[in-house]
Design a protein around this ligand. Structure first.
Ligand SMILES: [Ca+2]
Ligand SMILES: [Ca+2]
Ligand SMILES: [Ca+2]
Length: 140
């Protein structure tokens, strides 16, 4: 159904700032990630996903699941995130303390920024502040 004329290339660059709440002196971390390039609209594949995981401070893990979906009629790509903040006795705990979801629409040839913060809503203090810079370009 889709030809090279409707294919889109999605590039996402992420910046994550993590606060690890501590009794005396809080710790802050900054992590960056260039997501693998997604090509949508080729051979009927309209959706791409990527999971970005960061660990910090001995107790925190942040998992950002990103889904990119192409509308082949318009060329618009919807970028959705589902972000989970885990905090516990290690960086591999399953203690889910915060979660956030959101999305942004990226028209053809444009760049949009999806920025948000997920707080530790269970115990307070910790947070992950994420900025995803999303570009929707033509396949060359
Ligand atoms: Ca801590
Ligand atoms: Ca710590
Ligand atoms: Ca916890």
């Amino acid at each position: 159904m889709s030809s090279a004329g409707t294919a889109r290339v999605v590039n996402i660059g992420g910046v994550m700032q993590i606060k690890d709440d501590e009794p005396f002196s809080d710790d802050y971390f900054t992590r960056t990630r260039n997501f693998p390039t997604m090509v949508l609209g080729v051979d009927g594949a309209l959706t791409g996903t990527y999971t970005w995981v960061e660990k910090a401070g001995g107790e925190i893990r942040v998992e950002v699941l990103v889904t990119a979906t192409l509308n082949p009629a318009t060329g618009v790509v919807a970028i959705e995130h589902d972000t989970k903040l885990f905090e516990g006795t290690s960086e591999t705990t399953s203690d889910l303390d915060g979660r956030g979801r959101g999305s942004v629409q990226v028209p053809r040839g444009e760049q949009k920024v999806l920025g948000y913060t997920v707080n530790n809503t269970d115990e307070g203090g910790d947070y992950a502040s994420v900025t995803l810079t999303c570009t929707n370009s033509r396949l060359r």
